[in-house]
Design a protein. Structure first.
Length: 257
């Protein structure tokens, strides 16, 4: 099976859970490796990744700094190209394209465009020789908790479509998220995520009906909905909840009558 090593960054917090997970991947017996998500710009963390063996390529799931801040330094340490969907986070490598296949370290890595958390979010289906694939999901599906639809480019409509993509790719397969523990069955986790999102949408609709207002993304309405729908969330993640409400209101505003 694919050799997967998790190198967890020491950056725990409300949004990063127990820390960002960088992945070192290789086929059994391969001297070289692939790194997915360099993580924060922490020298010890990056030195561990660089020391895992010759790095053929570094792949990035999305633009957030807890996944990308160490990219330039890891490129310096290893010489390996860093590839991301957003050209701003590429270093010596071409932007990733949805549907692309990458062959490295004895592995096949298929790039899935999975926007929604951010516009540039991608996932990777990783297959070794005669192996059952595993799916790296970045922040699109986490090991525990739920994912924020992040401003300014997150989209709930895109996110729900990306869940469909990941359900097909991950049914009965292990999911490896950017934060939190591995998921034994990614398809099952995706179905739970979808049910949660649809339940939240129903709660937002009910809040709007109670407020007597139409969907909108104006500040006052978003704050009023957060107060009703997310009243029980910890203050440390209230800003993230608000971002998701803005995305929910935009989704409802664009929904067919």
């Amino acid at each position: 099976m694919t050799d997967v090593t998790v190198v967890r960054a020491d950056n725990p917090g409300p949004m990063t859970l127990d820390g960002t997970r960088s992945y070192v991947l290789r086929a059994p017996g391969s001297a070289s490796c692939v790194v997915v998500d360099p993580g924060p710009d922490v020298e010890g963390h990056l030195a561990t990744l660089a020391g895992a063996g010759p790095v053929e390529v570094v792949l990035v799931t999305h633009r957030h700094a807890d996944h990308t801040a160490g990219s330039a330094r890891l490129h310096e340490l290893t010489g390996a190209p860093v590839r991301a969907a957003d050209p701003a986070h590429c270093h010596g490598g071409e932007p990733l394209r949805g549907g692309e296949r990458i062959d490295a370290a004895g592995l096949r890595l298929d790039v899935l465009a999975t926007p929604g958390h951010t516009a540039d979010s991608v996932s990777f289906v990783v297959t070794g020789p005669d192996d059952v694939p595993v799916v790296l999901t970045g922040d699109t599906v986490l090991g525990r908790g739920t994912t924020v639809i992040a401003e300014p480019d997150g989209s709930l409509r895109d996110y729900l479509a990306s869940l469909d993509v990941l359900e097909r790719a991950g049914d009965g397969r292990v999911g490896l998220p950017g934060h939190g523990p591995a998921l034994d069955d990614l398809g099952e986790a995706v179905r739970a995520y979808r049910a949660h999102r649809l339940e939240r949408l129903d709660q937002v609709r009910a809040a709007l009906a109670g407020l007597g207002r139409d969907p909108s993304t104006d500040d006052d309405l978003a704050d009023a909905v957060v107060a009703q729908v997310y009243a029980d969330v910890d203050p440390s993640v209230r800003r993230a909840a608000r971002q998701s409400v803005v995305a929910q209101l935009a989704y409802l505003a664009d929904a067919p009558a």
